[in-house]
Design a binder for this molecule. Structure first.
Ligand code: 39S
Ligand code: ZN
Length: 770
C-alpha cells in the first residue's frame, strides 16, 4: 500500500506568496524576490511530504495565481488581446491575463474568473476561439519536476486532464463546441508527457473532476480518446486519474475502463461509491482511496477509514491500494500548529481538527495501520485518534437544546413576508421616496492598509477598543459624507469594522470558532480565513446594529443594514460533518433573522442580506439540486421575513450564472436584488427579463474586480440595455460587487461617473415615472 497526495497549499504558512505577489505588483520588489519565494515554498512543501512518508508527492500543484491559468499558459491558450505581451516577459503576460494590464499605452481586460466547482476557490476561465491553436508555450510543469528532482524528490507532476481543461473554459465565438478542440490540444499534452518522461517522471496525475459530473456522449468519447492516445504513446508511464468532489456514479464503468494505472476517488464526499467501483475495477487498475477530507478541517476518524480500506483490500489486495486525501489540500489551511490562541481555539476544539500538515500525517498513519507497519507507534496514534473522535461526539459544546427546539418549531409563516411584493413596494415607495434609477453600492468601501493596520494593532493590544472605534467612526463618517456629496441615494456604512463578510459574523456567533492563521486561497493573492462551525448556532447579542445605527445617525438618507445570508455563511465556513448542512443552515438563518429584526427595531429601513454563495452551493449533480434549493431558499426567507412590509430587503449575488436557477432566485422574494452583470455586458438580464422577474433589480453597471474606471457613457449604455428588457421603474444603479478590494481614488471617480449615468438615465426615462 502506498501514500498519495493530490496537492498541497501553496500560499505559504504565513501567506508568503500573497505578500510577495502583492509587493511585486506594486513595484516594490523585483521579480527575483517573487520567484525565490515560490521556490522556497515548493521546496518546503516537497520536503515536509517526503519526511512525513508520502510516496507520491505532487509537483506543479504550485501556482503564482491559479492552476487553470497556468495550464492555459502551458498549452498556449492565450487570448489574442494579449498578443502584444507575448514576446516580452512571461510573468507580465501571465499576470496581465489574471488581472488586466493598463500600462505602456495598453488597456487589456483580465480574463474571466469563476468558482472552482462547489468551492470558494476561483479559477481563471480559459477562452477558446474557433480557430484555436495550442502549443507548448510554458514549460513550468517540466521545470518544477526538474527542480524537485534536483532537490531530491521524484515527484508526480499534476495537470488538469485535457477533457476537464476544455470543459472548464468558454467559447468566445459562436459556431463550435470547445470539446471539439481536443484533437488540437492532445499533441501538446503528448509533448509535455514526453519531456516529463525524459526527465525521469514515473507517475503523472491528470485531474478529471468532470468525471464526477454528468457527461454528454461527446465528453465521454473525448475521455476515451484522450487516455487511449496517451496509453498508446506512453505505455510505460503510470497515469493516475484523479476525480473528486462527488461520486463517479453513472461514470463508474467509464472511469474504470480508461487505460490508466490508478484511479483516485473521493471517499470523504461519497464513501458509498466504493463498492460500485470495486465491482468495476479491472485487474491492472490501482485505486487511490481519498479517505482524508481535503475540503474540511476535522480530524480523520481512523476507524472509519480503516473499514473502507479493509473493504477494498479484501476485494483487490493491498498492493493496488493507495491512501490519500480526498482532493488537493489547497482548500484547507496549512498548519494547525500555528494556532496558538487558546482562548478562541480552545484545546478541546483544537484536538478535533487537522489542517494540511496534519492531514499528511494522517494519510501516513492510516497507511501504517492498514499495512501493520510501525506497529506500536501507530497503535498509540490510533488510540489517541479514537479518544479525540469520542470527545467530539460527546462534548457539551456541541448541542444546544434551545436551538434545536427553535428549529423544530419553524412554521411556513416564518419563511414568508406579510404581504406580496406589489403591496410591499407601494409601502416602500411611499416611505423611502427614492428617485427613478436609485443609486446605491453593494456594501463595502475600500479596506485600506490603514484600516487593516488599525485592526491588527487593536488585536495586538496596541490600540484600545476606544481608540480603534474612534478611528473606525471617522472612516465611516467620511464615507457617509462622500456618498452624500456624490449624490448616492441609498448609503452604506462601509464595513470598516469587518475583516471579512463571513468571518466577522463567525466571530460573534455561538457554535463558531475562528483561527489566527487559518488562511485559504480564494483567488490570486486573496485569502480567506473560514470560521469553523463546531456546534449548534445561536446569536448571543446584536452583531451589526451599533455600526449601522451610528452611520444612520449621521445622515438623513437611508443607510442599508448589511448582513451576510445564512447560505453564504454556511458555504464559506468549515462546517460540521456530524449533521446535515440544511440543519446548520437553518440555525444560522434564525440567528440572522434576529439580527434583521434588531436592525429594523433600531430604525433601519433597508436591510441587505448578501447571498453570493447560493449558486456555488448547488450540488454538482443536478438530481440533487431541488432538495438543496428547497432548504437554501427557505433559509434565506427565514432570515428575511421578520420585518414589516415597508422595510425593504435587498440581496446581492455575484460570480455565477443564474439563468438556470432564476425561478428559485425569484422565490427568495427579496425586494431588490443586485447582481454582477458588467463583465457579461448585461447578458444575464435577458434571463431576468424572459422570466418576467417581478421584483426590483440592480444589474451591476461596472466591474469592481478591476482598477479600471468606467465612463459615464459606458454605464448609460448598460442602463439603456437594461431598460430595453426591463421596466425602468424596476432598475437600480450600482457597481457589480463590494468595493473593499479597490482604492479610494478609483472608487471616487467611478461612483461619480455612476451617479452621473443614473442622472442621465432618469431624464431619458422620466416618462416611465407616470
Ligand atoms: N469568501 C469570503 N469569506 N469572503 C469574501 O469576501 C469572498 N468574496 C469572494 C468569494 N468568496 C469570499 C472572493 N473574494 C478577499 C477579497 C475578495 C475575496 C476574497 C478575499 C480579501 O481581501 N482577503 C484579504 C486578503 O487576502 C483578507 C481579508 C481579511 O481577513 O488580503 N483581513 C483581515 C482584517 O482585515 C486580516 C488582514 C491582514 O492580512 O482584519 N492583516 C495583516 C496580517 O495579519 C496585518 C494588517 C496589515 O498591517 O495589513 O498580517
Ligand atoms: Zn459581490
Amino acid at each position: 500500500m502506498r501514500t498519495n497526495n493530490l496537492g498541497y497549499p501553496r500560499i505559504g504558512g504565513n501567506r508568503e506568496l500573497k505578500k510577495a505577489c502583492e509587493s511585486y505588483w506594486a513595484g516594490k520588489s523585483p521579480i527575483e524576490h517573487l520567484l525565490q519565494t515560490g521556490k522556497d515554498i515548493r521546496l518546503h512543501n516537497w520536503n515536509l511530504q517526503k519526511e512525513a512518508g508520502i510516496d507520491l508527492i505532487p509537483s506543479n500543484d504550485f501556482s503564482f495565481y491559479d492552476q487553470v491559468l497556468d495550464l492555459s499558459l502551458t498549452v498556449g491558450a492565450i487570448p489574442p488581446r494579449y498578443d502584444a505581451l507575448k514576446n516580452g516577459n512571461i510573468h507580465d503576460l501571465y499576470f496581465a491575463m489574471a488581472r488586466g494590464y493598463q500600462q505602456n499605452g495598453l488597456d487589456l481586460t483580465a480574463m474571466e474568473m469563476t468558482k472552482w466547482f462547489d468551492t470558494n476557490y476561483h479559477y481563471i476561465v480559459p477562452e477558446f476561439y474557433k480557430n484555436q491553436e495550442f502549443s507548448l508555450f510554458s514549460t513550468k510543469v517540466i521545470e518544477e519536476f526538474a527542480e524537485a528532482k534536483a532537490a531530491g524528490s521524484i515527484t508526480k507532476p499534476v495537470l488538469i486532464g485535457p477533457v476537464s481543461y476544455l470543459l472548464l473554459g468558454k467559447e468566445k465565438e459562436a459556431g463550435f463546441h470547445r470539446i471539439s478542440l481536443l484533437n488540437k490540444l492532445l499533441p501538446v499534452y503528448i509533448k509535455i508527457i514526453e519531456q516529463l518522461v525524459a526527465q525521469g517522471a514515473e507517475w503523472i496525475q491528470f485531474d478529471e473532476p468532470f468525471l464526477a459530473l454528468t457527461l454528454t456522449e461527446e465528453e465521454t468519447s473525448a475521455l476515451k480518446q484522450a487516455y487511449a492516445l496517451i496509453k498508446e504513446k506512453f505505455p510505460q508511464v503510470k497515469i493516475l486519474l484523479a476525480t473528486y468532489f462527488e461520486s463517479l456514479a453513472e461514470n463508474t464503468a467509464l472511469a474504470a475502463s480508461l487505460p490508466v494505472c490508478a484511479l483516485h476517488i473521493d471517499l470523504a464526499r461519497n464513501p458509498e461509491q466504493l463498492d460500485a467501483i470495486l465491482d468495476h475495477l479491472p485487474e491492472n487498475l490501482s485505486l487511490s482511496l481519498g479517505v482524508v477530507d481535503g475540503r474540511n478541517i476535522w480530524k480523520n476518524d481512523y476507524q472509519k477509514s480503516l473499514k473502507l480500506i479493509d473493504r477494498a483490500a479484501k476485494k483487490i489486495g493491498k498492493e493496488r491500494l493507495m491512501v490519500a486525501p480526498s482532493c488537493s489540500l489547497l482548500h484547507v489551511p496549512c498548519d494547525l500548529v500555528a494556532e496558538t490562541n487558546d482562548t478562541t481555539l480552545t484545546p478541546e476544539i483544537k484536538q478535533w481538527l487537522a489542517f494540511a500538515r496534519q492531514k499528511i500525517d494522517e494519510v501516513v498513519v492510516i497507511k501504517q495501520l492498514a499495512n501493520s507497519e510501525n506497529i506500536t507507534d501507530a497503535a498509540n496514534k490510533l488510540k489517541a485518534n479514537i479518544a479525540a473522535c469520542e470527545s467530539r461526539k460527546t462534548s457539551v459544546l456541541i448541542h444546544n437544546p434551545q436551538v434545536k427546539e427553535r428549529v423544530g418549531n419553524i412554521t411556513d409563516a416564518d419563511a414568508r413576508r406579510n404581504s406580496v411584493f406589489e403591496m410591499r413596494k407601494a409601502l416602500q415607495v411611499a416611505s423611502l421616496k427614492l428617485p427613478l434609477f436609485p443609486t446605491t453600492t453593494i456594501g463595502s468601501f475600500p479596506q485600506t492598509a490603514e484600516v487593516r493596520g488599525w485592526r491588527a494593532q487593536f488585536k495586538k493590544g496596541d490600540l484600545t477598543q476606544k481608540q480603534y472605534e474612534e478611528l473606525l467612526k471617522k472612516e465611516t463618517e467620511e464615507t457617509i459624507r462622500f456618498q452624500e456629496t456624490t449624490g448616492l441615494d441609498v448609503l452604506v456604512h462601509g464595513e470598516f469594522e469587518r475583516n471579512d463578510m463571513v468571518e466577522y459574523f463567525g466571530e460573534q456567533l455561538q457554535g463558531f470558532t475562528f483561527t489566527k492563521n487559518g488562511w485559504v486561497q480564494s483567488y490570486g493573492s486573496r485569502c480567506v480565513k473560514p470560521p469553523v462551525i463546531y456546534g449548534d448556532v445561536s446569536r448571543p447579542q446584536p452583531m451589526t446594529v451599533f455600526w449601522t445605527q451610528f452611520a444612520q445617525s449621521l445622515t438623513a438618507r437611508p443607510v442599508k443594514g448589511m448582513l451576510t445570508g445564512p447560505v453564504t455563511i454556511l458555504q464559506w465556513s468549515f462546517v460540521r460533518d456530524d449533521q446535515p448542512r440544511a440543519e446548520t443552515c437553518t440555525q444560522i438563518a434564525l440567528a440572522i433573522r434576529d439580527e434583521v429584526a434588531d436592525l429594523e427595531n433600531a430604525g433601519i429601513k433597508i436591510i441587505q442580506i448578501d447571498e453570493p454563495a447560493i449558486r456555488e452551493g448547488l450540488p454538482l449533480k443536478k438530481d440533487d439540486w431541488q432538495q438543496y434549493l428547497n432548504w437554501a431558499i427557505k433559509a434565506f426567507r427565514i432570515a428575511a421575513s421578520p420585518v414589516a412590509d415597508a422595510t425593504q430587503i435587498h440581496t446581492h449575488m455575484c460570480y455565477s450564472e443564474f439563468n438556470d436557477i432564476i425561478k428559485d432566485i425569484a422565490d427568495m422574494d427579496a425586494d431588490v436584488i443586485t447582481i454582477e452583470c458588467s463583465r457579461s455586458q448585461m447578458e444575464l438580464l435577458d434571463a431576468f427579463a424572459n422570466f418576467n422577474y417581478p421584483n426590483d433589480i440592480g444589474p451591476g453597471v461596472y466591474d469592481i474586480h478591476s482598477p479600471r474606471v468606467p465612463s459615464k457613457d459606458e454605464m448609460v449604455h448598460l442602463l439603456k440595455k437594461a431598460a430595453a428588457v426591463l421596466p425602468a421603474s424596476q432598475i437600480w444603479v450600482n457597481p457589480d460587487c463590494g468595493l473593499k478590494t479597490r482604492h479610494w481614488d478609483e472608487t471616487k471617480k467611478a461612483l461619480t461617473e455612476m451617479v452621473a449615468a443614473a442622472n442621465e438615465a432618469k431624464v431619458l426615462y422620466a416618462e416611465a415615472l407616470v
